[in-house]
Design a protein around this ligand. Structure first.
Ligand code: FAD
Ligand code: NAD
Length: 481
């Protein structure tokens, strides 16, 4: 018989580690297993997000943004440097330091909350009376423990194209694209190809474009960012392919990828026309799939949906009593904040509370420059649903704060119900959209009307005044239009 806990969490990403902490706060004895190791072979907590996802990409986006400003914007402020230089190796080292600090922080939180942290690959090994048994395999050693509740938070892994092997030397996934592997040998690649113009393709494309790589993105779909409101998607496409200078080919069907003497040759088709691309490194960013292999899902009778995600109800219950699943391994957007909120909610449900995660007010952000951020319905969705809506928009071009920041690009658009004025969606393309969207999320959670936002005093000068103006514009009374 293994050691007995109240809650066993599998996976220590933003879903699992948060679930473990909340369960411990609620008085449960908690064990959390994760198989991830860092490049030095040491166990590391924080999952995809902290190790090879959200945080590393934002660290490099920040460093590369500074380079962009140094080379293109500082002179306008009267600041010049003789022979400015950047060091991509140092940027990656800085990123690694941030990752190490944050992942150690989680280990500290586990200790503080008396969570048993186990390194290894966990498997659901059937029931032992009222408890589930979980086996954790690590370097030939198996540790078993039991728990009344199991929370599966095993996350996701990058997909590739059929027959295309990611070696993280020349053909890279997100992990390689955020590490020294992308350098040649210490500089950014001269020519960088990316398959997939989704969030990873655009964010990592932005990083390496700002660091002087020639970036070409091949996207299979004819529509750019099909899940975003198409007005902000069009504006972003113009900006990324114009000012930013990335090449994005829509409707590009990849036919063949071959590596010869360190050069990647990609054969593809656009509208039936054969084209080709040669690059020094290729990032594959065509989406991610759920991690269920090795989990013992089939043997335990755990139901997966057609796409391989663990099937759950609105409260993250699987078909097995006492087994819950959260985050990237279940339906819904693959976002760290969604995973964490589900983790909190499941721990509280196990404690008999009645929390609720509102998937309709999850914010989406793309950290390009300018950023895209949105919450709620797009115009396309409202039209498809036959909802009668009104809209108001305001541009950053007239905003004093944006002008002083040299970032007066983009706009805020608010969609509201035509009759009730309730806000149905907010879409931002502009500076600090990632921060501005929080006000919209709060407004929507509180079921605010556009007029409510218009009545709230917004500080001057601030970027949030554009949201205020957009709210006024819904009622056709914008002051700076
Ligand atoms: P994960 O973070 O994937 O964690 C799951 C953990 O479980 C992993 O450590 C895995 O090794 C472990 N595991 C898997 N199977 C087992 C097993 N059988 N036994 C033991 N351990 C196991 N989201 C955002 O919200 N904002 C962003 O800016 C953002 N940027 C991103 C950038 C990149 C490049 C990538 C790749 C992703 C980004 N994401 C972002 C998405 C975000 O990382 C995920 O949505 C989030 O990490 C999901 O959390 P999770 O806990 O469900 O899974
Ligand atoms: P994605 O789903 O965002 O984009 C994948 C893109 O690849 C799509 O546009 C798709 O049409 C395209 N594609 C698929 N097959 C293709 C093919 N054969 N040829 C060309 N294009 C093809 O996935 P991603 O960019 O890999 O990111 C994975 C997940 O990580 C996303 O779901 C996202 O939620 C999350 N993420 C979030 C953030 C953020 O919140 N800022 C950042 C990065 C990643």
């Amino acid at each position: 018989m293994g050691q007995i806990f109240d809650v066993a969490v599998i996976g220590a990403g933003p879903g699992g580690y948060i679930a473990a902490i909340r369960a411990a706060q609620l008085g449960f004895r908690v064990v959390c297993a994760d198989r991830r190791r860092n490049k030095n072979g040491a166990p590391t907590l924080g999952g995809t997000c902290l190790n090879v996802g959200c945080i590393p990409s934002k660290a490099l986006l920040q460093s590369s943004e500074h380079v962009h400003m140094l080379l293109n914007e500082f002179a306008d402020h009267g600041i010049t440097f003789k022979a400015p230089q950047f060091d991509a190796v140092r940027m990656i080292a800085r990123k690694n330091e941030i990752v190490t600090g944050l992942t150690r922080g989680i280990a500290g939180l586990f200790k503080k909350n008396r969570i048993e942290s186990v390194s290894g690959s966990a498997r659901l090994a059937g029931k032992q009376g009222d408890n589930w048994r979980v086996d954790v395999f690590d370097a030939g050693v198996v540790k078993s423990f039991e728990a009344r509740h199991v929370i599966i938070a095993t996350g996701s892994s990058p997909r590739s194209l059929p027959g295309l092997k990611i070696d993280n030397v020349t053909i890279l996934d997100n992990e390689g694209a955020l590490s020294e592997s992308i350098l040649t040998p210490t500089d950014p690649p001269k020519r960088l190809g990316i398959i997939g113009a989704g969030v990873i393709g655009l964010e990592l494309g932005s990083v390496w474009k700002r660091l002087m790589s020639e970036v070409t993105i091949l996207e299979a779909l004819p529509t750019f960012l099909p899940n975003a409101d198409q007005q902000i998607a069009r504006e972003a496409f113009r900006s990324l392919t114009g000012d930013t200078g990335m090449k994005i080919e829509l409707g590009a069907l990849v036919k063949d990828v071959a590596v010869k003497e360190g050069v990647v040759k990609i054969a593809y088709e656009v509208k039936g026309e054969a084209r080709s691309l040669e690059v020094d490194k290729l990032i594959v960013a065509v989406g991610r799939g759920p991690n269920t292999e090795g989990l013992g899902a089939r043997e335990a009778g755990l139901k997966l949906d057609q796409r391989g995600f663990i099937e759950v109800d609105d409260e993250c219950r699987t078909n097995l009593p006492g087994v819950w699943a959260i985050g990237d391994v279940v339906r819904g957007p693959m976002l760290a904040h969604k995973a964490s909120e589900e983790g909190v909610a499941v721990a509280e449900r196990i404690a008999g509370q009645k929390p609720r995660v509102n998937l309709d007010t999850i914010p989406f952000i793309v950290y390009t420059n300018p950023e895209l951020a949105w919450v709620g319905k797009t115009e396309e969705q409202l039209k498809a649903d036959g909802v009668d809506y009104k809209k108001g928009a305001s541009s950053f071009a007239y905003n004093g704060r944006a002008l002083t920041m040299a970032a007066a690009k983009g706009f805020v658009k608010i969609l509201a119900d035509a009759k009730t004025d309730r806000i149905l969606g907010v879409h931002i393309f502009g500076p600090m959209a990632s921060e501005l969207i929080a006000e919209a999320v709060v407004a929507m959670e509180f079921k605010a009307s556009a007029e409510d936002l218009a009545l709230i005093v917004h500080a001057h000068p601030s970027l949030s005044e554009v949201t205020h103006e957009a709210a006024l514009a819904v009622d056709k009374r914008a002051l700076h239009a």
